[in-house]
Design a protein around this ligand. Structure first.
Ligand code: FAQ
Length: 309
């Protein structure tokens, strides 16, 4: 068997591709793209909720939020390590992100206007992330699939904290209930866009399914998320902002309205409400951390010299 046949056979047997295994260039490239984009999303994704750490309404909420945002940093670092196993260079990936040459999820380009946004991000954004990432635990690239197992466990805690926060607000005053409804109105459609373009316009899905990087298409996962969210919204007592949302007994799924894909394209191209803020802040943080990287490199060089003696 040649290398390519061996790779195909590993995929066909549903076994994992590991860093030292031969893989087609296209597979390596697509894995680096997806993992890097995912890592960037976790890192940029710290910002919308991070904006509320100093303004959380109680010590308990502040401790929970701090822990959640730290988890997101952990996921990002974990994923950058997975990208490194493919030969990617972490500095290069960061440069690509801050230079606007590599994408991160569209969802993190919206503002968090009230504390209810923190709850809705947990409920809907983490909910969508779980829906998308649980199947990635069976992704064909070993380090990525294994990273997903731990990340999904933490995302699931994040989702529940968001839902619990919203349940608490819904049992509060009318003003609090209005805040939850308003946040739901603003985050619902962007959450549906997290799953990526419709299958007919998804450039990567077909090949990623053959390579078992992806296990489901974007539209399949979006539908799963809608089906899962409707009863949760009912229990919470909020209305999802879609007049076309209704149960279709024939399909056994909820039908839903048309997504504004022109808006999605604008956000992904850098023209969403907060793209500029997100990247500027990330760029500043990276520049501000230069002395730490320099110090770490100087320390490592010193240790190496000591060992050489
Ligand atoms: N935003 O051909 P496809 C989280 C790009 S983490 C921006 O369908 P693919 C945790 C796509 O990359 C959220 N760009 O692509 C958290 C491609 O770009 P190209 C991130 C998008 O890869 C919660 C082009 O469009 N999750 O939320 C988006 O097969 C709370 C064509 O698309 C992951 O990254 C988008 N929404 O499928 C953190 C999960 N969608 O080729 C903080 C792993 C698509 O021009 C707080 N990734 N694009 O470079 C995936 O599952 C896949 O990459 C998809 C896209 C499903 C996102």
């Amino acid at each position: 068997m040649n290398l390519e046949q061996d790779f195909d056979a590993t995929i066909a047997r549903d076994q994992r591709i590991e860093p030292r295994d031969w893989m087609p260039d296209g597979y390596r490239k697509t894995m680096i793209r997806q993992v890097a984009q995912h890592a960037h999303s976790e890192i940029i994704g710290m910002q919308p909720e991070g904006d509320w750490i100093t303004r959380a309404p109680s010590l308990r909420r502040k401790a929970i939020l701090l822990a959640k945002v730290q988890d997101e940093a952990g996921h990002g670092l974990y994923l950058y390590s997975a990208a490194e196993t493919l030969g990617a260079d972490r500095d290069d990936l960061t440069e690509r992100l801050i230079g606007g040459r590599q994408k991160y999820s569209s969802i993190f380009n919206y503002p968090t206007l009230t504390f209810a946004d923190v709850g809705v991000i947990g409920w809907l954004v983490d909910g969508a992330a779980i829906c998308n990432q649980v199947p990635l635990c069976r992704s064909s690239y070993g380090p990525y699939a294994r990273a997903m197992i731990r990340i999904c466990k933490e995302e699931s805690f994040h989702q529940r904290q968001g839902y619990e926060l919203l349940m608490t607000m819904m049992s509060g005053t009318q003003a609090q209930r209005d805040m939850v409804q308003d946040a739901t109105d603003r985050w619902w459609w962007p959450s549906l866009m997290m799953f990526g373009p419709p299958d007919a316009q998804s450039t990567n899905t077909a090949q990623s399914m053959v390579w078992k990087i992806k296990r489901h298409t974007n539209d399949e996962l979006r539908q799963r998320f809608v089906d899962m969210s409707v009863p949760q919204a009912e229990k919470l007592g909020v209305t999802l902002p879609d007049p076309d949302l209704k149960w279709n007994a024939e399909r056994g799924h909820y039908d839903f309205g048309e997504i504004d894909w022109a808006h999605f394209k604008e956000v992904v191209s850098g023209n969403g409400p907060c793209n500029e803020i997100r990247l500027t802040r990330r760029r500043k943080a990276h520049e501000g951390g230069q002395w730490v990287r320099d110090a770490a490199a100087a320390h490592a060089a010193k240790q190496q010299r000591k060992e050489a003696v």
